[in-house]
Design a protein around this ligand. Structure first.
Ligand code: GLU
Length: 479
């Protein structure tokens, strides 16, 4: 069975790049009924915060990425927070030392820094020269006396390593040039990321590691370390980077757009997931709008792009608009009402919810835009084009409109449920000169202040007879 994990460090909010990693892992596992594990990599005590862990869990759940094993839900291979696994890491480190696959290294940080500086100056590749391996007993003793605390380094004795990456195909690494013995336990006794990640992937039975390209250079270390611990390494897939809209590196500003922020701006979770899936992957053909089941069914990690993809906010808006329009009226009302309740203080009642709200489905791309669109209900709106109100034909429409309205009120056709735009317009049409656009545009501007907007027939009942009367009078300049 496929077992994958999403392993965020809770040092900030989830952004586009890391939620894409989570999504691709999830889709990859779910296609074949595999398991999706959430592991919290909180070994950096200083920067890790519980608040970030809570936020990232909330964001994952919002997007529908429910984990099968992990914090809160447990599982057979827990604990799933690295800070709760230190005993396990120490055992592995001790064992590697005992088996002479790792060693205490008394080379100081200053010496390592100097080693790097020299390598750069002499234009050699920056690589630890493993000098600590050959320290004599006397050298080690004298360093101990000077209070130098050792790190633990893992020995690399292999000149090269090749792997078959799920995304990038065959990749070879020249270890002689690139990687020296590397630290698996810091001088303060803490295990490093490399050690923790390999122990956890092995013990949690992770079969595939799908992560960002920035980890590719770590992978030879992880493969060697995992083998040294007596486990078969997982398969790896390294996802290409996400760039900014113009192909530039994702700026700090973009990177810091958290999922929470996308949520606040009124994107639907599955629309955002659909768009994010298109960053580096395509379902083929010219279909791009996919529902959750289709995404899950069609997604193929081996077909994701090796080159970087660019975040395109306009395309995201387009995808979200398409998904909004795919919702049934009921579903749209539900999500829009929930959104407005959570993020905006827009008052709406039952009639409004049932009658007017669906009208906005057609011409918004993000739920956030509803607030502006609702401006038509505010009584102190400004006319976008008041010229269209001034002609004699337009004034005739409003005069007749007021008369029709009066009759509707008198004959009981103006209650909240039955107030009908067609009846109103059909009453006006035969009595005025204007036709078609010349009739409908001035009416729209008089009623809403705007030249464009939702279908009037849908919002008319929510306007109510009194508001329609006041607006027709205002258009006539009576108040
Ligand atoms: N905690 C690592 C990160 O946030 C993930 C490591 C991995 O996926 O192997 O970059």
């Amino acid at each position: 069975m496929i077992r994958v994990r999403f392993a965020p460090s809770p040092t900030g909010y989830l952004h586009l790049g890391n939620i894409r990693t989570a999504l691709f892992n999830y889709l990859f596992a779910k296609r074949t009924g595999g398991k999706f594990i959430l592991r919290i990599e909180d070994t950096d005590q200083e920067r890790s915060r519980l608040e970030f862990e809570e936020a990232l869990k909330e964001d994952l759940l919002w997007m529908g990425l429910r984990w099968d094993e992990g914090p809160d839900v447990g599982g057979e291979h827990g604990p799933y927070r690295q800070s709760e696994r230190s005993g396990i890491y120490s055992e592995y480190i001790d064992r590697l030392i005992k088996e002479k696959k790792a060693y205490y290294c008394y080379v100081t940080e200053e010496e390592t820094t100097e080693m790097k500086r020299l390598a750069l100056e002499e234009r050699r590749s920056v690589r630890h020269d493993n000098r600590g391996r050959n320290f004599t007993r006397a050298e080690i003793e004298s360093r101990k006396v000077r209070g130098i605390k050792p790190t633990v380094r893992f020995k690399i004795d292999q000149p090269e390593l090749s792997l078959n990456d799920l995304v990038r195909g065959d990749v070879s690494f020249n270890l002689d040039d690139m990687v020296g013995d590397f630290i698996i336990q810091r001088a303060d006794g803490q295990p490093t990321f490399h050690l923790a990640v390999c122990v956890d992937d092995a013990l949690m039975g992770v079969t595939h590691v799908i992560r960002g390209e920035d980890h590719l250079s770590n992978t030879p270390k992880h493969i060697l370390l995992t083998r040294a611990m007596g486990h078969e390494p997982p398969k790896y897939g390294h996802l290409s980077l996400v760039q900014g809209p113009g192909g530039e590196p994702l700026s700090k500003r973009m990177e810091s757009i958290s999922i929470k922020e996308f949520r606040r701006r009124g994107y639907l979770p599955h629309a955002l997931a659909n768009y994010i899936a298109l960053l580096g992957w395509s379902p083929g053909g010219d279909r791009e709008i996919l529902n959750w089941e289709e995404l899950q069914h069609l997604f193929d990690i081996t077909k994701t792009s090796r080159s970087a993809s660019s975040f395109d906010p306009q395309k995201l808006d387009w995808a979200n608009g398409e998904h909004l329009r795919l919702l049934s009226e009921d579903a749209f009302c539900r999500v829009a009402a929930a959104y407005l309740k959570a993020y905006k203080h827009v008052p709406f009642d039952e009639v409004f919810l049932k009658t007017a709200l669906p009208a906005f489905k057609e011409n918004i791309e993000r739920l956030e835009q509803l607030e502006d669109r609702f401006g038509i209900f505010s009584d102190d709106f400004k006319y976008e084009n008041s010229d269209a109100l001034k002609s004699a034909e337009s004034r005739e429409i409003f005069e007749v409109g007021l008369a029709v309205l009066k009759t509707m009120v008198e004959t009981g056709q103006a209650g909240a449920e039955e107030f009908c735009y067609e009846a109103f317009v059909n009453g006006i049409k035969p009595k005025v000169r204007a036709k078609g656009k010349k009739l409908f545009l001035p009416l729209r501007i008089a009623l809403t202040g705007r030249e464009h907007g939702p279908e009037l027939k849908k919002i008319f009942p929510a306007f109510g007879a009194e508001r329609v009367r006041l607006r027709l009078e205002r258009a006539l300049g009576k108040y």
